[in-house]
Write a protein that binds this ligand. Sequence first.
Ligand code: F6R
Length: 588
Amino acid sequence: MCGIIGYVGEREVAPIIFSGLKKLEYRGYDSAGIATVHNGKICIKKDSGKIDDIHSRMNLKNLPGCLGLGHTRWATHGGVTRENAHPHTDCSGEIVLVHNGIIENFQELRKLLKNHDFESETDTEIIAHLIEEEMKRGNDFVEASKSALKKIVGHYATLIMSKNDKRIIAARRGSPLVIGVGDKEYFPASDIPAFIDYTKNVIYLQDHDFVVLDKKGPKFFSLLNGKEIKREVSTVDWDAEQARKGEFDHFMLKEIIEQTETIQKAINQSSDVIKEVAEDIKNAKGIFFVACGTASYACMTGSYVFSKIAKKHINVVSGSEFPHFEHFLTDRTLVIEVSQSGETADTLDAVKVARRKGSKVLSIVNVMGSSLTRNSDKCLLTQSGPEICVLSTKAYTAQIALLILLAYATAGKLEEGKKQLKELYNSVYDLTALSTREHLKKLGEKLKNKDHMFTIGRGLMYPTALEAALKLKEVSYIHTEGFAGGDLKHGTIALIEGGTPCIVFVSKDTENDIISNAMEIKSRGGYIIGVGSENNEIFDYFIKVPESDITNPITHIIPMQILAYQVALLRGCDPDKPRNLAKSVTVR
Ligand code: F6R
């Protein structure tokens, strides 16, 4: 959560930081601020609210200097107020910094710093006062920052400046931080889109890295032993255009439509690598899929696919619950972690649990260079390009596509799996066409004033029902719950009354049973929306999708993504930045 970006170089800094923060807004958008250092002075502008609103109030681009940093916030400690917005300073106004992470011992440290004046309720401000304290002891800016960071328990990505210095300190432990490498200019930031307009060359920082950056270049140190270390420059394989909305009003729609391409890219993996992972799956004694949110529904889908295609049992556990399964792990267990960002704290914690027990960790990740890609024994990249909308859409279908491939490979039928997935191209194209979008907008009109909705599916369509419910509720704020078709009657059916919408996912193999479940709802006045290949007289509204057996979870979810988008727009919600959410959930 939270996005940070800094800049050292020769250009005017504030517009660069401003545009970087706009690109990082998906990480948090309740407050924002920028600080620059110019002629021995720190200049700060910050406030609560979205960046554009703050900018229209106080012109964030109008700050002097070529050295600066900025922050876009997703509140953890302290309410959404100007005081709690970053950047934060020490008492003397010499140090200024931004931070993404959580300082777990902040109450303890705050007690030790009782003589300091704190302006905010944040954990972050502690760092500035700790550095001030170290400088009072005679340490220079760099040494004081090192000592201060060593006192912190928790995780951080932080950028620090002093009014008397032309350098930025960048350090990370547990939260993402990369450095964009330009020509005599550097852009430390939470994520690559923040600086992709300027450079495609990046250095991925690792935990405990401490970097001193000026326009001549970075110097890297390890906070573990103080020694100077080396970090390589790599080049990203996507460009600025992919991180822009282009002709689309929102990233959400752009990313939904991109699925025609992204599903094909996901399956365009080396057959050797897929077969290697399939061998690991075959040889393992006990397999876990671990993920959070939407990615966990991809995993759940994967477990049904593995059961059907490879006759393999796979346990699916949410990242935050995985520590409770530690007792089942051995050095023969295989843990497969699935994540778009590769930075989700609960998913990363699961890696530590697996490591403690000597289990092997594989991952399926979208963001190359993320913590999960670096902490796994093997990694498959979904190659969906940047997913900027806070809601996961194209990464989800890419994850499912890869899991389907792996299941077929485990069954020794990789080519058959590839064929099934390649055939999806035309269907996905039709499902994202304008006519489909219009049809779903009409449905959106009928749903936009509802308070509650339900989604049901059986078998492979059950995780699809859960994911559809998540998409609808997180972006439209209409309470929507997903159920296995047979489960609604065990209690929740009490909530069905005249006109309650229920979306019913129909596949050939579950048709009879799910239609019976739909009847049960219809008899109690429910408004039935059918998603399937054939209309049925009990449907009040019908969404036609092709019957594609094992790839139904992909074809059936796409109209739901579009429906969620349309309902959000009709209700005046921002589809790219739903309230209270952030793209990378880097807190536990
Ligand atoms: C929902 C959504 C979240 C993420 C979850 C895990 O649309 O995007 O539920 O799926 O926070 O994120 P990753 O995949 O980055 O680990």
